[in-house]
Design a protein around this ligand. Sequence first.
Ligand code: NAG
Ligand code: NAG
Ligand code: NAG
Ligand code: NAG
Length: 170
Amino acid sequence: MISHLLLGVLPSVAFGAQLAYSPPQALMAFAQAADDCIFPANFEVRDFGGISNSTNGTTLGSLDFSFTSTETEVTTLCHYNSTSEPSVPPGRTPRYKCEDDDVEFIWENDKTRLTVIERVCPGSDGVPDYEAAGSVRIPLTCKPMGECATNATVNNGKFTNISPAATFSV
Ligand SMILES: *[C@@H]1O[C@H](CO)[C@@H](O)[C@H](O)[C@H]1NC(C)=O
Ligand SMILES: *[C@@H]1O[C@H](CO)[C@@H](O)[C@H](O)[C@H]1NC(C)=O
Ligand SMILES: *[C@@H]1O[C@H](CO)[C@@H](O)[C@H](O)[C@H]1NC(C)=O
Ligand SMILES: *[C@@H]1O[C@H](CO)[C@@H](O)[C@H](O)[C@H]1NC(C)=O
């Protein structure tokens, strides 16, 4: 039933890109009725750079990268430093907004893993009602208290989840 629905609907809303997640049924129905609801499948992280703030080079005090969402064609720059304010309340995993504030990210030092979250599928009020998320590991070599290098200019990732957008006022 579900797979039948997916086969029938996905090519038109995601241009045939293969999704690594199953959109909930309510979202499938919404996407069929909306003309600007595109399910993101793939993303690219380009030119990831960071500066380590520890003598063993394992923590980043600042980082920058460029994000591109392949299917929705959203591209934005993302930055983090010690003055960045999380976009979620205290007690939740800190997320930071990119320059396009429909895109947020989470950096996990211990896993050198970057998670990106993209808000998609605006409702009639123009505010995106869903968020897609995916992670990519970024191998880094940092100089103590210095620059971090990664061996790839482009890191490719897949969105693996979509859920109703969290709405916070912080
Ligand atoms: C590296 O240093 C940081 C802070 O100085 C410390 O929290 C972390 O445990 C150290 N990691 C390793 C692998 O030594
Ligand atoms: C390094 O930067 C991170 C992120 O800003 C911060 O959480 C951490 O306390 C800093 N560590 C040191 C040793 O300054
Ligand atoms: C942090 O980044 C902001 C803008 O991205 C910049 O204005 C600010 O000077 C930076 N702060 C530090 C401590 O580097
Ligand atoms: C990049 O480095 C990581 C670990 O340092 C390694 O596993 C990976 O194969 C390297 N990738 C390329 C494209 O060289």
